[in-house]
Design a protein around this ligand. Structure first.
Ligand SMILES: NC(=O)c1ccc[n+]([C@@H]2O[C@H](COP(=O)([O-])OP(=O)(O)OC[C@H]3O[C@@H](n4cnc5c(N)ncnc54)[C@H](OP(=O)(O)O)[C@@H]3O)[C@@H](O)[C@H]2O)c1
Length: 315
Protein backbone atom coordinates (compact mmCIF):
# COMPACT_ATOMS: atom_id res chain seq x y z
CA UNK A 1 0.00 0.00 0.00
CA UNK A 2 1.20 3.51 -0.83
CA UNK A 3 2.62 5.48 2.11
CA UNK A 4 1.45 8.99 2.96
CA UNK A 5 4.33 11.47 2.62
CA UNK A 6 5.10 13.43 5.81
CA UNK A 7 3.41 16.82 5.80
CA UNK A 8 3.63 20.30 7.31
CA UNK A 9 -0.15 20.74 7.20
CA UNK A 10 -2.82 18.50 8.74
CA UNK A 11 -4.87 18.60 5.57
CA UNK A 12 -3.14 17.52 2.37
CA UNK A 13 -4.32 17.33 -1.22
CA UNK A 14 -3.72 15.04 -4.17
CA UNK A 15 -5.64 17.08 -6.78
CA UNK A 16 -6.62 20.71 -7.24
CA UNK A 17 -9.16 22.37 -4.91
CA UNK A 18 -11.05 25.70 -4.83
CA UNK A 19 -8.44 27.75 -2.89
CA UNK A 20 -5.86 27.25 -5.67
CA UNK A 21 -8.24 27.51 -8.62
CA UNK A 22 -6.38 29.81 -11.04
CA UNK A 23 -9.57 31.60 -12.13
CA UNK A 24 -9.97 33.12 -8.65
CA UNK A 25 -9.51 36.93 -8.75
CA UNK A 26 -6.78 36.78 -6.05
CA UNK A 27 -4.65 34.55 -8.29
CA UNK A 28 -5.07 36.65 -11.43
CA UNK A 29 -1.93 37.24 -13.51
CA UNK A 30 -3.57 39.97 -15.59
CA UNK A 31 -0.92 42.19 -17.20
CA UNK A 32 1.89 39.77 -16.30
CA UNK A 33 4.36 37.97 -18.53
CA UNK A 34 4.76 34.36 -17.40
CA UNK A 35 7.58 32.15 -18.70
CA UNK A 36 7.69 28.38 -18.13
CA UNK A 37 10.77 26.23 -18.78
CA UNK A 38 10.14 22.56 -19.53
CA UNK A 39 6.71 23.51 -20.91
CA UNK A 40 6.92 20.63 -23.40
CA UNK A 41 6.95 18.06 -20.55
CA UNK A 42 4.59 16.70 -17.91
CA UNK A 43 4.36 19.25 -15.08
CA UNK A 44 5.44 22.21 -17.23
CA UNK A 45 2.73 21.50 -19.79
CA UNK A 46 -0.03 21.26 -17.16
CA UNK A 47 1.32 24.39 -15.44
CA UNK A 48 1.11 26.31 -18.72
CA UNK A 49 -2.63 25.54 -18.94
CA UNK A 50 -3.18 26.60 -15.33
CA UNK A 51 -1.38 29.91 -15.84
CA UNK A 52 -3.37 30.47 -19.06
CA UNK A 53 -6.53 30.22 -16.93
CA UNK A 54 -5.20 32.94 -14.60
CA UNK A 55 -5.33 35.45 -17.49
CA UNK A 56 -1.72 36.62 -18.08
CA UNK A 57 -0.77 39.15 -20.73
CA UNK A 58 1.65 36.67 -22.31
CA UNK A 59 2.55 33.04 -21.74
CA UNK A 60 6.02 32.06 -22.94
CA UNK A 61 6.82 28.35 -23.31
CA UNK A 62 10.43 27.09 -23.40
CA UNK A 63 11.74 23.61 -24.17
CA UNK A 64 13.94 21.71 -26.59
CA UNK A 65 11.25 19.84 -28.57
CA UNK A 66 9.63 22.45 -30.81
CA UNK A 67 6.88 20.09 -32.02
CA UNK A 68 5.80 19.33 -28.44
CA UNK A 69 5.87 23.04 -27.53
CA UNK A 70 3.76 23.90 -30.60
CA UNK A 71 1.23 21.26 -29.57
CA UNK A 72 0.96 22.66 -26.01
CA UNK A 73 0.57 26.20 -27.37
CA UNK A 74 -2.15 25.20 -29.82
CA UNK A 75 -4.17 23.36 -27.16
CA UNK A 76 -3.98 26.44 -24.90
CA UNK A 77 -4.94 28.85 -27.70
CA UNK A 78 -7.93 26.64 -28.57
CA UNK A 79 -9.09 26.56 -24.93
CA UNK A 80 -8.96 30.34 -24.39
CA UNK A 81 -10.42 31.79 -27.57
CA UNK A 82 -12.69 34.12 -25.57
CA UNK A 83 -9.84 36.31 -24.25
CA UNK A 84 -6.72 38.02 -25.49
CA UNK A 85 -3.74 35.84 -24.62
CA UNK A 86 -0.39 35.82 -26.37
CA UNK A 87 1.26 32.40 -26.32
CA UNK A 88 4.80 32.13 -27.65
CA UNK A 89 7.15 29.15 -27.90
CA UNK A 90 10.95 29.34 -27.90
CA UNK A 91 13.39 26.49 -28.41
CA UNK A 92 16.04 26.66 -25.69
CA UNK A 93 18.59 24.19 -24.34
CA UNK A 94 19.38 24.92 -20.69
CA UNK A 95 22.98 23.82 -21.11
CA UNK A 96 23.43 26.32 -23.95
CA UNK A 97 23.32 29.73 -22.23
CA UNK A 98 23.14 31.63 -25.53
CA UNK A 99 19.86 29.93 -26.55
CA UNK A 100 18.25 30.71 -23.18
CA UNK A 101 19.58 34.29 -23.14
CA UNK A 102 18.42 34.90 -26.69
CA UNK A 103 14.88 33.61 -25.95
CA UNK A 104 14.48 35.67 -22.77
CA UNK A 105 16.05 38.81 -24.30
CA UNK A 106 13.54 38.62 -27.18
CA UNK A 107 10.64 38.30 -24.73
CA UNK A 108 11.87 41.18 -22.58
CA UNK A 109 12.39 43.38 -25.65
CA UNK A 110 8.82 42.72 -26.80
CA UNK A 111 7.00 42.85 -23.45
CA UNK A 112 9.26 44.99 -21.25
CA UNK A 113 10.36 42.09 -19.02
CA UNK A 114 9.32 38.80 -17.45
CA UNK A 115 7.27 38.88 -14.21
CA UNK A 116 7.05 35.18 -13.32
CA UNK A 117 9.39 32.33 -14.28
CA UNK A 118 8.36 28.77 -13.43
CA UNK A 119 11.40 26.53 -13.80
CA UNK A 120 9.88 23.13 -14.58
CA UNK A 121 12.66 21.84 -16.85
CA UNK A 122 14.59 19.07 -15.18
CA UNK A 123 16.47 15.86 -15.81
CA UNK A 124 16.71 12.60 -13.92
CA UNK A 125 20.34 11.71 -13.29
CA UNK A 126 21.12 7.98 -13.75
CA UNK A 127 19.35 5.95 -11.05
CA UNK A 128 22.15 3.66 -9.87
CA UNK A 129 23.90 3.01 -6.61
CA UNK A 130 26.73 5.48 -6.05
CA UNK A 131 29.21 2.60 -6.02
CA UNK A 132 28.21 1.86 -9.61
CA UNK A 133 27.89 5.48 -10.77
CA UNK A 134 30.14 6.31 -13.69
CA UNK A 135 32.31 9.31 -12.75
CA UNK A 136 32.73 10.06 -16.47
CA UNK A 137 28.98 10.78 -16.92
CA UNK A 138 28.04 11.69 -13.34
CA UNK A 139 28.05 15.40 -14.08
CA UNK A 140 25.55 15.10 -16.97
CA UNK A 141 22.50 15.28 -14.67
CA UNK A 142 24.19 17.97 -12.57
CA UNK A 143 24.76 20.02 -15.70
CA UNK A 144 21.05 20.33 -16.53
CA UNK A 145 19.92 20.69 -12.93
CA UNK A 146 22.61 22.95 -11.49
CA UNK A 147 24.18 24.78 -14.43
CA UNK A 148 20.84 24.91 -16.29
CA UNK A 149 19.17 26.48 -13.25
CA UNK A 150 21.96 29.06 -13.00
CA UNK A 151 21.56 29.81 -16.72
CA UNK A 152 17.77 30.32 -16.34
CA UNK A 153 18.23 32.59 -13.29
CA UNK A 154 20.95 34.68 -14.95
CA UNK A 155 18.99 34.95 -18.21
CA UNK A 156 15.80 36.29 -16.60
CA UNK A 157 17.58 38.88 -14.45
CA UNK A 158 19.72 40.06 -17.38
CA UNK A 159 16.74 40.11 -19.77
CA UNK A 160 14.76 42.18 -17.28
CA UNK A 161 17.57 44.75 -17.22
CA UNK A 162 17.56 45.04 -21.03
CA UNK A 163 13.77 45.05 -21.27
CA UNK A 164 13.32 48.09 -19.04
CA UNK A 165 13.92 51.71 -20.02
CA UNK A 166 17.01 51.94 -17.83
CA UNK A 167 19.69 49.22 -17.83
CA UNK A 168 20.29 49.88 -14.14
CA UNK A 169 16.64 49.35 -13.16
CA UNK A 170 15.96 45.94 -11.60
CA UNK A 171 12.53 44.70 -12.56
CA UNK A 172 11.21 42.26 -9.94
CA UNK A 173 10.77 38.63 -10.97
CA UNK A 174 9.13 35.74 -9.15
CA UNK A 175 11.30 32.66 -9.74
CA UNK A 176 9.69 29.33 -8.88
CA UNK A 177 12.01 26.33 -8.85
CA UNK A 178 10.75 22.75 -8.93
CA UNK A 179 12.70 20.61 -6.53
CA UNK A 180 12.13 17.30 -4.79
CA UNK A 181 11.11 16.33 -1.26
CA UNK A 182 13.98 13.84 -1.52
CA UNK A 183 16.36 16.58 -0.39
CA UNK A 184 14.58 16.54 3.00
CA UNK A 185 13.97 12.81 3.37
CA UNK A 186 16.35 10.03 4.46
CA UNK A 187 18.48 8.78 1.53
CA UNK A 188 16.72 6.50 -0.93
CA UNK A 189 19.08 4.01 -2.63
CA UNK A 190 19.73 4.91 -6.28
CA UNK A 191 18.59 8.52 -5.97
CA UNK A 192 21.90 10.00 -4.75
CA UNK A 193 22.88 11.73 -8.01
CA UNK A 194 19.42 13.23 -8.64
CA UNK A 195 18.75 14.32 -5.04
CA UNK A 196 22.18 15.84 -4.46
CA UNK A 197 21.92 17.80 -7.73
CA UNK A 198 18.47 19.10 -6.70
CA UNK A 199 19.88 20.17 -3.31
CA UNK A 200 22.74 21.97 -5.05
CA UNK A 201 20.24 23.86 -7.23
CA UNK A 202 18.26 25.00 -4.16
CA UNK A 203 21.38 26.28 -2.37
CA UNK A 204 22.55 27.96 -5.57
CA UNK A 205 19.22 29.76 -5.98
CA UNK A 206 19.18 30.85 -2.33
CA UNK A 207 22.55 32.53 -2.91
CA UNK A 208 21.39 33.97 -6.23
CA UNK A 209 18.30 35.51 -4.61
CA UNK A 210 20.38 36.96 -1.77
CA UNK A 211 22.63 38.65 -4.34
CA UNK A 212 19.67 39.84 -6.43
CA UNK A 213 16.96 41.15 -4.10
CA UNK A 214 14.60 41.77 -7.01
CA UNK A 215 14.23 37.96 -7.21
CA UNK A 216 11.34 36.54 -5.19
CA UNK A 217 12.32 32.87 -4.89
CA UNK A 218 10.11 29.87 -4.12
CA UNK A 219 11.16 26.21 -4.09
CA UNK A 220 8.31 23.75 -4.60
CA UNK A 221 8.15 19.96 -4.37
CA UNK A 222 5.40 19.23 -6.93
CA UNK A 223 4.30 15.84 -5.52
CA UNK A 224 4.46 12.45 -7.28
CA UNK A 225 3.27 12.84 -10.84
CA UNK A 226 2.94 10.42 -13.70
CA UNK A 227 5.24 11.98 -16.31
CA UNK A 228 8.07 10.95 -18.63
CA UNK A 229 10.51 11.48 -15.75
CA UNK A 230 8.63 9.31 -13.25
CA UNK A 231 8.11 6.64 -15.94
CA UNK A 232 11.88 6.56 -16.41
CA UNK A 233 12.40 6.31 -12.66
CA UNK A 234 9.85 3.48 -12.41
CA UNK A 235 11.99 1.40 -14.79
CA UNK A 236 14.47 1.07 -11.93
CA UNK A 237 12.72 1.78 -8.63
CA UNK A 238 9.23 2.34 -7.34
CA UNK A 239 8.87 5.04 -4.70
CA UNK A 240 6.38 4.09 -1.97
CA UNK A 241 3.97 6.97 -2.74
CA UNK A 242 0.81 7.11 -4.87
CA UNK A 243 0.65 9.46 -7.85
CA UNK A 244 -1.03 12.85 -7.42
CA UNK A 245 -3.24 14.38 -10.08
CA UNK A 246 -1.23 16.77 -12.25
CA UNK A 247 -3.83 19.51 -11.59
CA UNK A 248 -2.35 19.77 -8.06
CA UNK A 249 1.13 21.14 -8.87
CA UNK A 250 -0.18 23.01 -11.93
CA UNK A 251 -2.70 25.08 -9.93
CA UNK A 252 -0.51 25.28 -6.81
CA UNK A 253 2.25 26.91 -8.89
CA UNK A 254 -0.21 29.67 -9.88
CA UNK A 255 -1.06 30.16 -6.19
CA UNK A 256 2.58 30.33 -5.09
CA UNK A 257 3.20 33.09 -7.67
CA UNK A 258 0.30 35.15 -6.30
CA UNK A 259 0.47 37.99 -3.75
CA UNK A 260 -1.19 35.63 -1.20
CA UNK A 261 1.96 33.47 -1.10
CA UNK A 262 4.58 36.22 -0.96
CA UNK A 263 5.26 35.35 2.71
CA UNK A 264 6.69 32.03 1.47
CA UNK A 265 9.57 33.78 -0.31
CA UNK A 266 12.82 31.80 0.10
CA UNK A 267 10.93 28.86 1.62
CA UNK A 268 10.42 25.31 0.36
CA UNK A 269 6.85 24.03 0.21
CA UNK A 270 5.01 20.97 -1.12
CA UNK A 271 2.09 21.34 -3.56
CA UNK A 272 0.13 18.93 -1.36
CA UNK A 273 0.10 21.28 1.64
CA UNK A 274 -3.16 23.06 2.31
CA UNK A 275 -2.77 26.75 1.48
CA UNK A 276 -5.27 27.95 4.10
CA UNK A 277 -3.25 26.19 6.83
CA UNK A 278 -0.04 27.69 5.42
CA UNK A 279 -1.59 31.19 5.55
CA UNK A 280 -2.72 30.47 9.14
CA UNK A 281 0.91 29.75 10.14
CA UNK A 282 2.35 32.82 8.40
CA UNK A 283 3.95 34.24 11.60
CA UNK A 284 5.85 31.02 12.46
CA UNK A 285 6.87 30.49 8.84
CA UNK A 286 8.24 34.00 8.30
CA UNK A 287 10.05 34.08 11.67
CA UNK A 288 12.56 36.84 12.49
CA UNK A 289 15.76 37.62 10.56
CA UNK A 290 16.40 35.92 7.19
CA UNK A 291 17.30 32.27 7.68
CA UNK A 292 14.98 31.87 10.65
CA UNK A 293 11.35 30.84 10.73
CA UNK A 294 9.98 27.51 9.57
CA UNK A 295 10.22 25.79 6.15
CA UNK A 296 13.80 26.92 5.79
CA UNK A 297 16.53 24.40 4.93
CA UNK A 298 18.72 24.57 8.01
CA UNK A 299 20.39 22.43 10.62
CA UNK A 300 18.09 20.80 13.17
CA UNK A 301 18.77 21.95 16.73
CA UNK A 302 20.80 24.93 15.50
CA UNK A 303 20.98 27.70 16.55
CA UNK A 304 20.40 27.44 20.30
CA UNK A 305 22.24 30.58 21.40
CA UNK A 306 22.72 34.12 20.09
CA UNK A 307 25.51 36.13 21.79
CA UNK A 308 25.51 33.62 24.66
CA UNK A 309 21.77 33.98 25.26
CA UNK A 310 19.49 30.96 24.72
CA UNK A 311 16.96 31.42 21.95
CA UNK A 312 13.29 31.17 22.97
CA UNK A 313 12.10 27.56 23.10
CA UNK A 314 15.60 26.02 23.36
CA UNK A 315 15.89 25.68 27.16
N1 LIG B 1 7.35 13.89 -11.85
C1 LIG B 1 7.52 13.89 -10.54
O1 LIG B 1 6.91 13.07 -9.81
C2 LIG B 1 8.46 14.88 -9.89
C3 LIG B 1 8.66 14.79 -8.51
C4 LIG B 1 9.50 15.71 -7.87
C5 LIG B 1 10.11 16.69 -8.63
N2 LIG B 1 9.91 16.76 -9.98
C6 LIG B 1 10.58 17.83 -10.72
O2 LIG B 1 9.60 18.54 -11.49
C7 LIG B 1 10.20 19.04 -12.69
C8 LIG B 1 9.37 18.59 -13.90
O3 LIG B 1 9.39 17.17 -13.95
P1 LIG B 1 8.50 16.33 -14.97
O4 LIG B 1 8.12 15.10 -14.27
O5 LIG B 1 7.45 17.17 -15.60
O6 LIG B 1 9.60 15.95 -16.07
P2 LIG B 1 9.46 15.59 -17.61
O7 LIG B 1 8.10 15.13 -17.95
O8 LIG B 1 10.61 14.69 -17.91
O9 LIG B 1 9.70 17.00 -18.33
C9 LIG B 1 10.95 17.62 -18.24
C10 LIG B 1 10.94 18.88 -19.07
O10 LIG B 1 12.24 19.46 -18.95
C11 LIG B 1 12.71 19.82 -20.23
N3 LIG B 1 14.16 19.68 -20.28
C12 LIG B 1 14.89 18.63 -19.83
N4 LIG B 1 16.19 18.85 -20.05
C13 LIG B 1 16.28 20.07 -20.64
C14 LIG B 1 17.37 20.85 -21.11
N5 LIG B 1 18.62 20.41 -21.03
N6 LIG B 1 17.10 22.05 -21.66
C15 LIG B 1 15.84 22.49 -21.77
N7 LIG B 1 14.76 21.81 -21.33
C16 LIG B 1 14.99 20.60 -20.79
C17 LIG B 1 12.02 18.85 -21.20
O11 LIG B 1 11.87 19.51 -22.43
P3 LIG B 1 12.30 18.87 -23.84
O12 LIG B 1 12.11 17.40 -23.74
O13 LIG B 1 11.46 19.56 -24.84
O14 LIG B 1 13.70 19.26 -23.95
C18 LIG B 1 10.66 18.65 -20.54
O15 LIG B 1 9.76 19.63 -20.99
C19 LIG B 1 11.64 18.54 -12.69
O16 LIG B 1 12.47 19.53 -12.15
C20 LIG B 1 11.60 17.36 -11.73
O17 LIG B 1 12.86 17.11 -11.15
C21 LIG B 1 9.10 15.87 -10.63
Amino acid sequence: MAATPPSYTKLTHCATYPAINPTQPGLSTAGKVVLITGASGGIGQATASSFAASGPRALILLGRRTDALAQVASVIRASFTNRELTVQTHEAELCDPSSVRSAMDKVAAEFGGIDILVHCAGALAPVVSLLQADPATFLDGYKTTVVGTLVAAQAVVLANKTGTASATEDKPVTFINLTTAGILFPPFPGMGAYVSSKMAAVKLLQAFAAENPQVRLHNVHPGMLETAMSAKLAETIRLPYAYDDISLPADFLVWIASPEAEFLTNKLVFSAWDVDELKGRKREIVGGPPGTGELWIGFQGFPRFMAGQPLPGTQ
